[in-house]
Design a protein around this ligand. Structure first.
Ligand code: SAM
Ligand code: SF4
Ligand code: SF4
Length: 343
């Protein structure tokens, strides 16, 4: 049994600890990225969660406190678009007070960062990751399916740097024939601006994004394109369970990463759980169901009850979808959507 500060650490059926928790604060978003929330599905009649169903900030704090006692050290706020949740800095302030949480981060599409970067920083947020798939206005609009110029996101990134969040991580989902011709330009932009760009393989999450293997640009291809332009050196993982493979530019201009979840699965090191906005705990991105923690919270459950519930769920965890997927891509029926549990 693994131990930390004298306390036993919960491990799952494959010996993995519960190190990271992604907390979705809303299933709503102001973008309709084609690979995540295609407008044909997430249109005007889509049944988003009623606001009254969402976990309150107090409830989220309780879950995070208990998870921290079980070994969680990294917490990431996500969604949907987390900055659509009213008063998010208040939640950040609550979570920043939990001593055991060493890294409190946020993933956002960047559209509201100009408004929020300063208050998030003041509330105690450690890091910001911004998703940005193209520097070209037409491609950006086509991918995110939103009537907003890409300059708004770029200004959001600048605002995050000004607020003290630099270097900002920038997530790029690469899709064949959509933005694969921009990989080197995006890498050059990251180098020039001091941002850490991470290229993500298009994943078969959920069941609505029409995923096909033919649309996946393998990480090796992305690295070859970048490596032909600048010399790269492998950077060892900063922490165990890191999903990105990191490279340093040999000339000292920062780093770049790839997340090869399709072609090089990393389930063996997956220490991550996801909490939906209504309080279901998912132990895999490709799960078909979550475990209801809100029921425990709202049945006046004590922290000990919550502790027992989370520990029990994690103990039984045996997920390794990406490893099993190899060779038999699924179509995704019944699987939870990325916008629901947070990427
Ligand atoms: N709305 C925020 C954003 O876009 O940053 C946070 C939530 S979003 C679901 C989190 C991350 O998941 C984003 O970086 C997004 O690009 C990524 N993502 C969504 N669908 C994906 C897919 N099918 N394959 C790979 N990454 C995906
Ligand atoms: Fe919204 Fe993020 Fe999904 Fe795009 S990737 S639709 S910004 S939740
Ligand atoms: Fe973790 Fe599931 Fe992804 Fe494997 S497929 S890395 S277990 S979330």
């Amino acid at each position: 049994m693994l131990r930390m500060q004298g306390l036993p650490l919960t491990t799952d059926a494959r010996g993995r600890v519960l190190r990271d928790l992604r907390v979705s604060v809303t299933d709503r978003c102001n973008f309709r990225c084609t690979y995540c929330m295609p407008r044909e599905v997430f249109g005007p009649g889509f049944p988003f969660l009623p606001r009254t169903e969402l976990l309150t900030f107090e409830e989220i704090e309780r879950v995070v406190r208990v998870a921290a006692r079980l070994g969680t050290r990294k917490v990431r706020l996500t969604g949907g678009e987390p900055l659509l949740r009213q008063d998010l800095p208040d939640l950040v302030e609550r979570l920043a007070r939990i001593e055991a949480v060493e890294d409190l981060a946020l993933t956002t599409n960047g559209s509201l960062l100009r408004r929020d970067a300063r208050s998030l920083r003041a509330a105690g947020l450690d890091r910001v990751t911004v998703s940005l798939d193209s520097l070209d206005d037409a491609t950006f609009r086509a991918v995110s399916d939103v009537d907003l110029p890409v300059s708004v996101v770029l200004e959001g990134i600048d605002a995050a740097v000004d607020a003290g969040f630099g270097p900002v991580k920038v997530n790029v989902v690469v899709k064949r024939g959509v933005n694969d011709d921009e990989v080197v330009d995006l890498a050059a932009w990251g180098r020039a601006g001091g941002h850490t760009v991470r290229f993500i393989e298009f994943m078969d999450v959920g069941g609505t994004n029409g995923w096909r293997m033919a649309d996946v640009v393998p990480a090796t291809e992305i690295l070859t394109a970048i490596g032909e332009r600048w010399e790269l050196e492998v950077e060892p993982p900063a922490v165990a369970g890191e999903v990105a493979t990191r490279y340093r530019y040999a000339d000292g201009a920062g780093e770049v990463g790839v997340i090869a979840s399709v072609t090089q699965p990393f389930c063996g090191a997956c220490t991550r759980a996801r909490l939906s906005a209504v309080g279901e705990l998912y132990t895999c991105l490709f799960a078909t169901r979550g475990h209801d923690l809100r029921a425990v919270l709202r049945a006046d459950g004590s922290d000990a009850d919550l502790h027992a519930a989370i520990a029990g769920i994690w103990d039984a965890r045996d997920d390794r979808y990406s490893e099993l997927r190899a060779g038999r891509p699924a179509t995704g029926t019944g699987r939870v959507e990325m916008s629901y549990i947070g990427g």
